[in-house]
Ligand binder design. Structure first.
Ligand code: HEM
Length: 218
């Protein structure tokens, strides 16, 4: 029996695996199994999953660099879209279920809770990246597509700050997320510094430079 899965099959498996938490959440809602504050519990689960998926999306490029496997790009798009999907449900629960679409209430909450602003900034970045994630958008934006999609490196720490600032108790879990996001950002900075052309490469030969083509930025 052939046990090796094709890249496409892995893709479907990953999609099913990350839709699973939503199914479990639906079952818990249907069975009223969410504890004394069900809205808060839904908020927390959706928020936690969007942050986990955001971290997973950030691990794809380092893994690609380490393994040199180009097929990872499809997974980056999948995880990115799932991040946006969970974050959208999280925002929708806040606006519709928590605040009942009462815009004066929402405005008052935003005025006194700075963590909402961080959530909003992170969400707007995720939305922009989701809207421009198609091959069509990639072709349309050309070189700017990569520049735009680097904003994921801003969305992640901002989401961690959103988490930290809404918390009233133990900071251990958000600190772990902070370490993961910080480590992944450091990896990106290190690989960017490695691929960056050296100063001497730009100098004319008479000034000691080698005049070789600078490495293409990754
Ligand atoms: C407009 C955007 C957003 C709004 C209005 C919002 C709102 C909230 C609220 C009200 C809570 C507190 C839940 C509670 O304890 O009752 C919360 C927690 C949280 N949010 Fe958001 N959020 C937004 C965007 C995001 C984004 C983009 C992410 C991640 C990518 C995220 C991740 C989280 C996490 C991880 C928590 C903490 C869950 C926990 O305590 O374990 N949020 N958010």
């Amino acid at each position: 029996m052939k046990l090796m899965l094709s890249a496409r099959q892995w893709w479907w498996l990953a999609l099913a695996a990350f839709c699973w938490p939503l199914l479990i959440l639906g079952v818990d809602i249907a069975n009223a199994n969410l504890g004394p504050d069900p809205v808060k519990a839904v908020h927390i689960r959706l928020g936690d999953w969007s942050l986990r998926l955001l971290c997973l999306t950030l691990t794809v490029t380092p893994l690609q660099t380490l393994t040199q496997w180009r097929g990872m790009a499809d997974f980056r798009q999948l995880f990115g879209l799932l991040t946006w999907f969970y974050a959208s449900l999280h925002v929708w629960v806040y606006l519709g279920v928590d605040q009942g679409w009462q815009w004066p209430l929402i405005a008052a909450d935003m005025a006194e809770s700075r963590y909402i602003w961080f959530g909003l900034l992170s969400y707007l970045i995720l939305l922009l990246l989701a809207l421009t994630s198609s091959v069509f958008a990639m072709r349309l934006l050309g070189r700017n597509w990569k520049r735009l999609h680097r904003y994921i490196y801003l969305a992640a720490p901002v989401a961690v700050l959103h988490y930290i600032w809404q918390l009233k108790g133990n900071l251990a879990v958000p600190a772990v997320y902070g370490l993961i996001v910080g480590g992944l950002l450091l990896f990106r900075v290190a690989s960017w510094l490695q691929g960056r052309p050296k100063l001497g490469q730009f100098w004319p030969r008479w000034a000691g430079g080698r005049l070789i083509q600078p490495a293409k930025p990754r």
